[in-house]
Design a protein around this ligand. Structure first.
Ligand code: SF4
Length: 306
Protein backbone atom coordinates (compact mmCIF):
# COMPACT_ATOMS: atom_id res chain seq x y z
CA UNK A 1 0.00 0.00 0.00
CA UNK A 2 1.34 3.43 -0.89
CA UNK A 3 0.83 6.68 0.98
CA UNK A 4 0.75 9.00 -2.02
CA UNK A 5 -1.51 7.18 -4.45
CA UNK A 6 -4.15 4.50 -4.74
CA UNK A 7 -2.38 1.48 -6.15
CA UNK A 8 -3.71 -1.60 -7.90
CA UNK A 9 -3.45 -3.74 -4.77
CA UNK A 10 -5.77 -1.32 -2.95
CA UNK A 11 -8.13 -1.37 -5.94
CA UNK A 12 -8.30 -5.19 -5.92
CA UNK A 13 -8.95 -5.19 -2.16
CA UNK A 14 -12.02 -3.05 -2.83
CA UNK A 15 -13.35 -5.89 -5.02
CA UNK A 16 -12.07 -9.08 -3.41
CA UNK A 17 -11.76 -10.22 0.19
CA UNK A 18 -8.78 -12.55 -0.29
CA UNK A 19 -5.66 -12.74 -2.45
CA UNK A 20 -6.15 -12.33 -6.21
CA UNK A 21 -3.50 -12.76 -8.88
CA UNK A 22 -3.51 -11.82 -12.57
CA UNK A 23 -2.39 -14.50 -15.01
CA UNK A 24 -1.35 -13.26 -18.46
CA UNK A 25 -2.63 -15.11 -21.50
CA UNK A 26 -1.81 -15.09 -25.18
CA UNK A 27 -5.11 -16.29 -26.63
CA UNK A 28 -3.99 -16.04 -30.25
CA UNK A 29 -5.62 -12.73 -31.11
CA UNK A 30 -4.18 -10.62 -33.89
CA UNK A 31 -3.96 -6.86 -34.46
CA UNK A 32 -6.12 -4.72 -36.79
CA UNK A 33 -3.34 -2.14 -36.98
CA UNK A 34 -1.22 -4.65 -38.87
CA UNK A 35 -3.60 -6.54 -41.09
CA UNK A 36 -4.96 -3.46 -42.87
CA UNK A 37 -8.31 -3.31 -41.06
CA UNK A 38 -7.27 -0.22 -39.09
CA UNK A 39 -3.79 0.27 -40.46
CA UNK A 40 -0.66 -1.41 -41.73
CA UNK A 41 2.77 -1.73 -40.20
CA UNK A 42 1.51 -1.41 -36.62
CA UNK A 43 2.47 1.15 -34.01
CA UNK A 44 6.00 2.38 -34.62
CA UNK A 45 7.24 1.32 -31.16
CA UNK A 46 5.76 -2.19 -31.38
CA UNK A 47 8.30 -4.94 -31.77
CA UNK A 48 8.04 -6.53 -35.21
CA UNK A 49 10.07 -9.52 -34.13
CA UNK A 50 7.19 -10.80 -32.04
CA UNK A 51 4.97 -10.82 -35.15
CA UNK A 52 6.08 -14.08 -36.70
CA UNK A 53 3.76 -16.41 -38.62
CA UNK A 54 3.12 -18.41 -35.46
CA UNK A 55 1.98 -15.46 -33.37
CA UNK A 56 -1.69 -16.22 -33.93
CA UNK A 57 -1.32 -19.82 -32.75
CA UNK A 58 -0.09 -20.02 -29.19
CA UNK A 59 1.00 -23.53 -28.39
CA UNK A 60 -1.21 -23.77 -25.31
CA UNK A 61 -4.94 -23.26 -24.89
CA UNK A 62 -6.34 -20.54 -22.63
CA UNK A 63 -7.20 -23.15 -19.97
CA UNK A 64 -3.72 -24.70 -20.16
CA UNK A 65 -2.05 -21.30 -19.77
CA UNK A 66 -4.24 -20.53 -16.76
CA UNK A 67 -3.62 -23.91 -15.17
CA UNK A 68 0.12 -23.43 -15.60
CA UNK A 69 -0.08 -19.98 -13.97
CA UNK A 70 -2.20 -21.35 -11.15
CA UNK A 71 0.31 -24.13 -10.41
CA UNK A 72 3.02 -21.51 -9.97
CA UNK A 73 1.06 -19.46 -7.40
CA UNK A 74 -1.02 -22.17 -5.71
CA UNK A 75 2.04 -23.77 -4.06
CA UNK A 76 2.55 -20.67 -1.94
CA UNK A 77 -1.08 -19.48 -1.67
CA UNK A 78 -3.58 -22.37 -1.86
CA UNK A 79 -6.56 -20.00 -1.43
CA UNK A 80 -5.50 -17.67 -4.21
CA UNK A 81 -8.09 -16.68 -6.81
CA UNK A 82 -7.24 -15.54 -10.31
CA UNK A 83 -8.01 -12.98 -12.99
CA UNK A 84 -7.46 -14.08 -16.57
CA UNK A 85 -5.50 -11.27 -18.22
CA UNK A 86 -6.00 -11.31 -21.99
CA UNK A 87 -2.87 -9.33 -22.65
CA UNK A 88 -1.28 -10.09 -26.01
CA UNK A 89 -2.37 -8.05 -29.05
CA UNK A 90 -6.01 -6.91 -29.49
CA UNK A 91 -8.20 -9.14 -27.35
CA UNK A 92 -11.56 -7.92 -28.68
CA UNK A 93 -10.71 -8.35 -32.35
CA UNK A 94 -12.27 -11.14 -34.39
CA UNK A 95 -15.51 -13.08 -34.65
CA UNK A 96 -17.78 -12.56 -31.64
CA UNK A 97 -18.46 -16.27 -31.04
CA UNK A 98 -14.74 -17.02 -31.02
CA UNK A 99 -13.99 -14.20 -28.58
CA UNK A 100 -16.83 -15.21 -26.27
CA UNK A 101 -15.65 -18.82 -26.39
CA UNK A 102 -12.14 -17.82 -25.27
CA UNK A 103 -13.46 -15.68 -22.40
CA UNK A 104 -15.77 -18.48 -21.28
CA UNK A 105 -12.96 -21.00 -21.46
CA UNK A 106 -11.05 -18.76 -19.03
CA UNK A 107 -14.02 -18.29 -16.70
CA UNK A 108 -14.58 -22.04 -16.70
CA UNK A 109 -11.19 -22.68 -15.09
CA UNK A 110 -11.55 -23.34 -11.38
CA UNK A 111 -10.45 -20.36 -9.26
CA UNK A 112 -10.76 -17.83 -12.09
CA UNK A 113 -13.04 -15.04 -10.86
CA UNK A 114 -12.78 -12.45 -13.58
CA UNK A 115 -11.35 -11.06 -16.79
CA UNK A 116 -8.97 -8.25 -17.63
CA UNK A 117 -9.05 -7.55 -21.36
CA UNK A 118 -6.42 -5.46 -23.14
CA UNK A 119 -7.49 -3.85 -26.40
CA UNK A 120 -7.53 -0.78 -28.66
CA UNK A 121 -10.04 2.06 -28.21
CA UNK A 122 -11.34 1.59 -31.76
CA UNK A 123 -12.07 -2.09 -31.27
CA UNK A 124 -15.05 -2.58 -28.97
CA UNK A 125 -18.15 -3.70 -30.90
CA UNK A 126 -21.54 -3.17 -29.24
CA UNK A 127 -22.28 -6.92 -29.35
CA UNK A 128 -19.20 -7.64 -27.27
CA UNK A 129 -19.93 -4.78 -24.90
CA UNK A 130 -23.44 -6.17 -24.33
CA UNK A 131 -21.97 -9.60 -23.58
CA UNK A 132 -19.41 -8.16 -21.11
CA UNK A 133 -22.17 -6.13 -19.52
CA UNK A 134 -24.18 -9.34 -19.00
CA UNK A 135 -21.13 -10.91 -17.28
CA UNK A 136 -20.93 -7.91 -14.97
CA UNK A 137 -24.62 -8.19 -14.15
CA UNK A 138 -23.96 -11.78 -13.07
CA UNK A 139 -21.25 -10.48 -10.70
CA UNK A 140 -18.14 -11.39 -12.75
CA UNK A 141 -15.20 -9.00 -12.38
CA UNK A 142 -14.53 -7.45 -15.82
CA UNK A 143 -11.98 -4.72 -16.53
CA UNK A 144 -11.33 -3.55 -20.10
CA UNK A 145 -7.95 -1.92 -20.51
CA UNK A 146 -7.65 0.45 -23.49
CA UNK A 147 -4.37 1.44 -25.12
CA UNK A 148 -4.97 5.19 -25.01
CA UNK A 149 -1.22 6.05 -24.98
CA UNK A 150 -1.65 9.88 -25.14
CA UNK A 151 -4.28 12.58 -25.53
CA UNK A 152 -2.39 14.25 -28.40
CA UNK A 153 -3.74 13.31 -31.84
CA UNK A 154 -0.59 14.52 -33.63
CA UNK A 155 1.47 12.08 -31.54
CA UNK A 156 -1.01 9.25 -32.15
CA UNK A 157 -0.63 9.94 -35.88
CA UNK A 158 3.17 10.09 -35.63
CA UNK A 159 3.35 6.69 -33.94
CA UNK A 160 0.80 5.20 -36.36
CA UNK A 161 -1.67 4.17 -33.67
CA UNK A 162 -4.54 4.34 -36.15
CA UNK A 163 -7.00 5.85 -33.67
CA UNK A 164 -7.62 9.22 -32.06
CA UNK A 165 -8.05 10.59 -28.54
CA UNK A 166 -11.75 10.98 -29.38
CA UNK A 167 -11.89 7.22 -30.04
CA UNK A 168 -10.48 6.68 -26.54
CA UNK A 169 -13.02 9.02 -24.94
CA UNK A 170 -15.82 7.24 -26.80
CA UNK A 171 -14.61 3.73 -25.86
CA UNK A 172 -14.09 4.55 -22.18
CA UNK A 173 -17.45 6.32 -21.94
CA UNK A 174 -19.41 3.55 -23.73
CA UNK A 175 -17.72 0.86 -21.66
CA UNK A 176 -18.30 2.58 -18.33
CA UNK A 177 -21.91 3.33 -19.34
CA UNK A 178 -22.38 -0.39 -19.90
CA UNK A 179 -21.40 -0.95 -16.27
CA UNK A 180 -17.93 -2.30 -17.06
CA UNK A 181 -14.76 -1.09 -15.37
CA UNK A 182 -12.28 0.57 -17.71
CA UNK A 183 -8.55 1.14 -17.61
CA UNK A 184 -6.21 3.29 -19.70
CA UNK A 185 -2.68 2.47 -20.78
CA UNK A 186 -0.43 5.52 -21.23
CA UNK A 187 3.15 5.91 -22.51
CA UNK A 188 5.38 8.68 -21.14
CA UNK A 189 7.92 10.32 -23.45
CA UNK A 190 6.45 9.51 -26.86
CA UNK A 191 8.22 11.28 -29.75
CA UNK A 192 7.63 15.04 -29.61
CA UNK A 193 6.18 14.88 -26.09
CA UNK A 194 7.60 15.99 -22.78
CA UNK A 195 6.53 15.91 -19.14
CA UNK A 196 3.99 18.71 -19.66
CA UNK A 197 2.18 16.64 -22.32
CA UNK A 198 1.89 13.77 -19.88
CA UNK A 199 0.43 16.13 -17.27
CA UNK A 200 -2.09 17.36 -19.86
CA UNK A 201 -3.05 13.75 -20.64
CA UNK A 202 -3.40 12.95 -16.91
CA UNK A 203 -5.74 15.91 -16.44
CA UNK A 204 -7.91 14.84 -19.38
CA UNK A 205 -7.97 11.22 -18.17
CA UNK A 206 -9.15 12.52 -14.80
CA UNK A 207 -12.37 13.68 -16.45
CA UNK A 208 -13.17 10.20 -17.78
CA UNK A 209 -15.00 7.38 -15.94
CA UNK A 210 -11.83 5.31 -15.55
CA UNK A 211 -11.19 2.78 -12.81
CA UNK A 212 -7.46 2.28 -13.43
CA UNK A 213 -4.50 3.69 -15.33
CA UNK A 214 -1.16 2.14 -16.25
CA UNK A 215 1.81 4.29 -17.10
CA UNK A 216 5.15 3.31 -18.50
CA UNK A 217 8.18 4.98 -20.01
CA UNK A 218 8.66 4.77 -23.76
CA UNK A 219 11.07 1.94 -24.45
CA UNK A 220 13.08 1.95 -27.64
CA UNK A 221 13.06 -1.63 -28.88
CA UNK A 222 15.38 -3.18 -31.45
CA UNK A 223 13.79 -3.88 -34.80
CA UNK A 224 11.01 -1.31 -34.46
CA UNK A 225 10.26 1.47 -36.92
CA UNK A 226 10.70 3.98 -34.08
CA UNK A 227 14.21 2.71 -33.33
CA UNK A 228 15.10 3.19 -37.00
CA UNK A 229 13.61 6.71 -37.09
CA UNK A 230 15.56 7.70 -33.98
CA UNK A 231 18.84 6.20 -35.21
CA UNK A 232 18.49 8.08 -38.52
CA UNK A 233 17.79 11.32 -36.65
CA UNK A 234 14.28 11.62 -38.13
CA UNK A 235 12.71 11.67 -34.67
CA UNK A 236 13.86 12.60 -31.19
CA UNK A 237 12.68 10.87 -28.02
CA UNK A 238 13.27 11.81 -24.40
CA UNK A 239 16.24 10.22 -22.67
CA UNK A 240 15.18 10.66 -19.06
CA UNK A 241 17.47 9.49 -16.30
CA UNK A 242 15.71 7.43 -13.66
CA UNK A 243 15.69 10.47 -11.33
CA UNK A 244 14.11 12.62 -14.06
CA UNK A 245 11.51 9.96 -14.80
CA UNK A 246 10.61 9.71 -11.11
CA UNK A 247 9.95 13.48 -11.23
CA UNK A 248 7.68 12.87 -14.24
CA UNK A 249 5.79 10.20 -12.29
CA UNK A 250 5.34 12.51 -9.29
CA UNK A 251 3.72 15.12 -11.55
CA UNK A 252 1.54 12.41 -13.09
CA UNK A 253 0.33 11.35 -9.62
CA UNK A 254 -0.44 14.95 -8.64
CA UNK A 255 -2.51 15.40 -11.81
CA UNK A 256 -4.52 12.19 -11.92
CA UNK A 257 -7.82 11.91 -10.10
CA UNK A 258 -7.69 9.91 -6.83
CA UNK A 259 -10.74 7.99 -8.08
CA UNK A 260 -8.43 6.26 -10.60
CA UNK A 261 -6.13 3.52 -9.26
CA UNK A 262 -2.58 3.64 -10.67
CA UNK A 263 -1.46 0.14 -11.57
CA UNK A 264 2.15 0.77 -12.46
CA UNK A 265 4.76 3.30 -13.63
CA UNK A 266 7.33 1.26 -15.54
CA UNK A 267 7.68 -1.62 -17.88
CA UNK A 268 10.68 -3.79 -18.57
CA UNK A 269 11.31 -5.31 -21.98
CA UNK A 270 13.70 -8.22 -22.37
CA UNK A 271 17.28 -7.04 -22.04
CA UNK A 272 18.30 -8.39 -25.43
CA UNK A 273 15.63 -6.29 -27.18
CA UNK A 274 15.93 -3.04 -25.24
CA UNK A 275 17.91 -0.13 -26.66
CA UNK A 276 16.89 2.52 -24.11
CA UNK A 277 16.37 3.54 -21.40
CA UNK A 278 18.72 1.08 -19.72
CA UNK A 279 18.30 2.02 -16.09
CA UNK A 280 19.35 -1.41 -14.85
CA UNK A 281 16.52 -1.53 -12.31
CA UNK A 282 13.94 -4.23 -11.67
CA UNK A 283 10.36 -2.97 -11.41
CA UNK A 284 10.32 -3.44 -7.63
CA UNK A 285 13.56 -1.44 -7.31
CA UNK A 286 12.04 1.39 -9.32
CA UNK A 287 8.90 1.29 -7.15
CA UNK A 288 11.02 1.56 -3.98
CA UNK A 289 12.80 4.66 -5.36
CA UNK A 290 9.48 6.17 -6.43
CA UNK A 291 7.86 5.52 -3.06
CA UNK A 292 10.78 7.20 -1.30
CA UNK A 293 10.40 10.23 -3.57
CA UNK A 294 6.64 10.31 -2.90
CA UNK A 295 7.29 10.35 0.86
CA UNK A 296 10.10 12.91 0.66
CA UNK A 297 7.96 15.26 -1.44
CA UNK A 298 4.65 14.57 0.38
CA UNK A 299 2.99 13.81 -2.96
CA UNK A 300 -0.77 13.30 -2.90
CA UNK A 301 -2.69 11.87 -5.83
CA UNK A 302 -4.80 14.50 -7.61
CA UNK A 303 -3.56 17.38 -5.42
CA UNK A 304 -2.86 19.57 -8.47
CA UNK A 305 -6.35 19.17 -9.87
CA UNK A 306 -7.91 21.80 -7.64
S1 SF4 B 1 1.12 -1.96 -30.01
FE1 SF4 B 1 -0.81 -3.16 -30.02
S2 SF4 B 1 -2.13 -2.04 -31.47
FE2 SF4 B 1 -0.02 -1.38 -31.87
S3 SF4 B 1 0.74 -2.74 -33.50
FE3 SF4 B 1 1.37 -3.62 -31.55
S4 SF4 B 1 -0.26 -5.10 -31.03
FE4 SF4 B 1 -1.09 -3.70 -32.62
Amino acid sequence: MNVGYRDFGAFLKEHFAGKVQKISINAGFSCPNRDGTKGVGGCTYCNNQTFNPAYCSPAKSVAEQLDEGKRFFARKYPDMRYLAYFQAYTNTYGAFDNIRGLYEEALGVSGVVGLIIGTRPDCMPDELLDYLSSLRQKGTFVLVEYGVETSRNDTLCLINRGHTWEDSVDAVTRTASAGIMTGAHIIAGLPGEDASDLVATARLLSQLPLATVKLHQLQLIKGTRLAMQVSKGDLVVKHWTVEQYIGVCLDFIRNISPTIAIERFTSQSPDELLISPRWGLKNYQFTALLNNAISRNSVVQGSALG
